[in-house]
Ligand binder design. Structure first.
Ligand code: ITT
Length: 196
């Protein structure tokens, strides 16, 4: 079975490749760059849009997996949530998005506050559509630390740890992340679809 990841995000792709035994390939290796309009109002909706868009461009033997994810900060009314990738504007870099989040937390007069990541993974194949979810809770701080991970990881300290995901080993994130938890639920579905 050929598993294609409907993501253009290199950080996500790297994590999926580390976590999946099966060979997985990013869609750009097969189809080149494709702009996908993510205009749903939920992680689930946007994950389905991405997986369906790529599945429709491939032949039926492919199984397409997508990930829509983001970070939510209750102090900011849940922001940036589904807008995590474009928090500082469409086309903003990870650094710009991270800085905007730091600025908005500082504007509330605090140096750390609870936050959580969500990942919705959609699976689309000729045998149907499935969506699973995973979460990782912790705190965000107003000083970026470390170079590991991607996105908001330099300011995110997972519950039970003292360092940010930018500082902690990749192996730690692999064991506790929103993406790893969603993928644990996705794996039996992918295996079942592979046998169908
Ligand atoms: P694709 O749609 O091509 O998959 P994207 O980067 O646009 O890539 P999303 O729309 O799902 O993906 O936005 C996710 C954003 O949330 C991403 O840009 C990161 O800033 C953040 N994010 C998600 N998971 C993360 C993680 O594990 N660590 C750090 N930041 C993460």
């Amino acid at each position: 079975m050929k598993i294609v990841l409907a993501t253009g995000n290199k950080g996500k792709l790297r994590e999926f490749k580390q976590m999946c035994k099966d060979e997985v390939v990013g869609f750009t290796e097969l189809l080149g760059e494709i702009e996908i309009i993510e205009d749903a109002n939920s992680f689930k909706g946007n994950a389905l849009i991405k997986a369906r868009t790529i599945y429709e461009k491939l032949s039926k033997e492919y199984l397409v997996v997508s990930d829509d994810s983001g970070i939510s900060v209750p102090l900011l009314g849940g922001e940036p949530d589904i807008y995590s990738a474009r928090y500082a504007g469409v086309g903003a870099t990870d650094k710009e998005n991270l800085q905007k989040l730091i600025n908005n937390i500082q504007a509330k007069g605090v140096e750390r506050t609870p936050a959580y990541y969500t990942a919705s993974i959609a699976i689309v194949s000729q045998h149907g559509e499935y969506v699973v979810h995973g979460w990782m809770h912790g705190e965000v701080i107003t000083e970026a630390k470390g170079e590991k991970g991607f996105g908001y990881d330099p300011i995110f300290i997972p519950t039970g740890y003292q360092q940010t995901l930018g500082e902690l080993d990749d192996e730690v994130k692999k064991g506790i992340s929103h993406r790893a938890k969603a993928l644990m639920l996705a794996k039996p579905i992918i295996e079942m679809l592979g046998r169908s």
